[in-house]
Ligand binder design. Structure first.
Ligand SMILES: [Zn+2]
Length: 255
């Protein structure tokens, strides 16, 4: 009984199976939705304190307002696909931190580096797609899936909380090289769902695909991470998925 209670507290449940939003890909979860949400809240709070300590919160209110305005319809549209998203506190946190690009957490927090955006000069349509990509990660519970892949790498048999799994991902990421193909697949899935969301908002695909060209231009000459495809490879993969997206997608609402 005590072990069971401990496992419940850690958010560990028997592996749950699910189907990914839109693509229908099989997903397997080791942690509960609630445990991942709680871990995201703790991680977000820690990170926020770090930003304050480093005086890294952006004061660019104009850009902040623009991001807030663009995020709203994206979230509203994603909620049509997945009503549960309405329970999250969606917001964009704009920071001065060159280690950051754009990232989302399962609690609806999207952290964006001001410099990253200024260098890429996205149009509103392109920026809507960038935000839709992040919302798609949350809608598809990608972090829950990634965290669920951590325990098998680390001290097999020992229970690891969702928060500890998240810490391990940043502390000892080198241990998890075998997860790189998974990361790349999740990026493609977020691109596909992100594109679907902007289309529903009435923005044609060709007006957002140019975002990849701007990323490629800004990122030319260096490759900071191995778990992401280069921008132009991402674009290519997304364009290749378009016929499927046009023909096959049947919208199943996931509660
Ligand atoms: Zn992504």
């Amino acid at each position: 009984m005590r072990l069971f209670t401990l496992l419940m507290l850690l958010g560990l449940t028997a592996t749950a199976q699910a189907q990914a939003l839109v693509t229908g890909r099989a997903q397997s979860f080791h942690y509960s939705y609630e445990a991942v949400l709680a871990a995201a809240n703790v991680a977000a709070q820690r990170e926020y304190l770090g930003f304050i300590e480093d005086s890294a919160l952006s004061q660019n209110w104009q850009l902040q307002e623009r991001l807030d305005a663009l995020l709203k319809p994206v979230v509203a549209q994603a909620q049509v696909l997945r009503p549960k998203l309405g329970t999250l506190k969606w917001r964009v946190l704009l920071v001065h931190d060159d280690a950051y690009t754009v990232a989302s957490k399962p609690n609806g927090l999207i952290t964006v580096s001001e410099n990253y955006l200024l260098k890429r000069r996205f149009t509103d349509a392109e920026l809507t797609f960038v935000l839709a990509h992040e919302v798609a990660h949350v809608a598809s519970e990608h972090v829950r899936e990634i965290l669920s892949a951590v325990p098998r790498h680390y001290e097999p048999g020992l229970p690891i909380s969702a928060l500890r799994a998240a810490e391990l991902l940043t502390e000892v990421a080198y241990m998890f090289e075998d997860m790189e193909p998974m990361y790349r697949n999740l990026e493609l899935e977020a691109d596909i769902i992100g594109l679907l969301i902007v289309r529903y908002l009435g923005i044609p695909g060709y007006r957002v695909l140019s975002a990849f060209d701007k990323m490629a231009e800004a990122e030319a000459g260096y490759r900071p991470v191995n778990d992401h495809d280069d921008a132009l490879v991402r674009k290519q993969k997304l364009v290749r998925a378009l016929p499927w997206l046009n023909a096959e997608v049947q919208l199943a609402v996931i509660p």
